[in-house]
Design a protein around this ligand. Structure first.
Ligand SMILES: *Cc1c(COP(=O)(O)O)cnc(C)c1O
Length: 379
């Protein structure tokens, strides 16, 4: 068979199952309830103004990987600031959250180790564990008893690692970190938390670890991204001095990939400063999220809400999720339909994310439109 026919057939199968996905450009004026820009920082005018002046003085690209000659003073400042925010000794800034997780897990975990991984962990964690070649044990989502059972039963000669999202990207719920950290200490494991969606939003902006009052120690590693609440691009790993020095020497996605542009790092640094200085941003987004949940409930729509800006309406069928998305868009509202393989089979959903930039009117319009659209659906 010709390669192109092979691809065409595969694509047809995806289409037949209502799983075909397309990129598209969101029109101006549409209210976006799908972005991860929780604090409304991605087009902040203050950062834009500072960038206009700064850009005269800095290179547009880093020119090389950090170990060759791509490391810059701005990246160093960014790493220092992130260490302060996350209360750790040290920090490494890398290209993206995907590169952070795959690189970190491959670098620190060996074949002799065992990794305990939440069922709903992000794809970049799953890929990182595969690259590590370690034994993988999946525990039921946020299920402490299942995790403890599995920690008891799996004794390897190497280290034990527990890996979890802080806030789960497609569920919006928060990992029970206090309990997980307790188990991690009890069974002498190393805990890795991917706080892509907690950073900036929970724990006074410092994230899920701070939210639960957990003090970082040498058996805790925090990962986060600069592309969500921070409204920029790039990611970071925070931990001990030894961990960061080891990653600089051994993490392939950091060694063999060009350092982030100083322009991007400058944006991250400025937006992080605003994030920490303007708590009203996270207060408002959390308040609006709660309002959305309550107003929808009054209209008989039971959204899943966990005290974060990620709410879901699980509709099951792909067809229904697409119907709701397309009809909402006709009303000037965008909520993306999330389908397998991003979420488990039979759990297609609308993933609604709230931002500081939304108004109460936007929330009211969403609830009203959602009600109308759901009532107009007949399998
Ligand atoms: C988005 C996300 C990532 C990937 O981060 P990028 O910077 O977008 O590559 C990793 N982990 C989780 C939990 C995420 O939601």
């Amino acid at each position: 068979m010709e390669f192109n026919s092979f691809l065409r057939e595969k694509l047809q199968k995806i289409k037949d199952r209502d799983l075909y996905r397309e990129r598209f450009i969101l029109e101006n004026g549409v209210i976006d309830f799908s972005s991860n820009d929780y604090l409304g920082l991605r087009d902040n005018p203050v950062t834009k103004g500072k960038l206009c002046k700064k850009i005269e003085k800095i290179p547009l690209g880093s020119g090389a990987s950090a170990l060759i000659s791509g490391y810059t003073q701005i990246q160093q400042e960014l790493e220092t600031f992130l260490s302060e925010i996350k209360e750790t000794e040290s920090c490494l800034v890398v290209g993206s959250g995907y590169l952070a997780n795959t690189g970190l897990l491959q670098a620190v975990i060996t074949e002799k180790d065992t990794v305990f991984s939440d069922q709903y962990n992000h794809a970049s964690i799953i890929d990182g564990i595969r690259l590590s070649k370690a034994k993988k044990v999946i525990y039921r989502h946020n299920d402490i008893n299942d995790l403890e059972d599995k920690l008891k039963k799996n004794n390897s000669e190497g280290f034990k690692f527990i890996v979890t999202d802080g806030v789960f990207s497609m569920e919006g719920d928060i990992a029970p970190l206090k309990e997980i950290k307790y188990l991690s200490d009890k069974y002498k494991a190393i805990l890795i938390i991917d706080d892509a969606h907690g950073t900036g939003v929970l724990g006074e902006g410092r994230g899920t670890v701070y939210h639960f009052g957990i003090k970082p120690d040498e058996n805790l590693i925090q990962v986060g991204t600069l592309s969500k609440a921070v409204g920029s691009y790039g990611a970071f790993i925070c931990g001990t001095e030894e961990l960061i020095q080891f990653l600089i020497n051994r993490m392939r996605t950091q060694i063999f990939s060009t350092a982030l542009s100083p322009v991007q790092n400058f944006i991250s640094l400025e937006n992080l400063t605003i994030m920490m200085r303007q708590p009203e941003r996270r207060r408002k987004v959390l308040e609006l999220s709660k309002q959305l949940y309550e107003k929808a409930k009054e209209e008989g729509i039971d959204l899943n809400y966990h005290g974060t800006p990620i709410l879901t309406l699980i509709v099951g069928e792909e067809k229904k999720a697409l119907f709701v998305r397309d009809k909402l868009l006709e009303n000037g509202i965008f909520v993306q339909a999330i389908r397998p393989p991003t979420v488990p089979e039979g759990s297609s959903r609308l993933r609604i994310t709230v931002s500081y930039k939304h108004s109460e009117n936007d929330i009211n319009l969403l609830v009203k439109s959602l009600k109308n659209v759901l009532e107009s659906y007949h399998g």
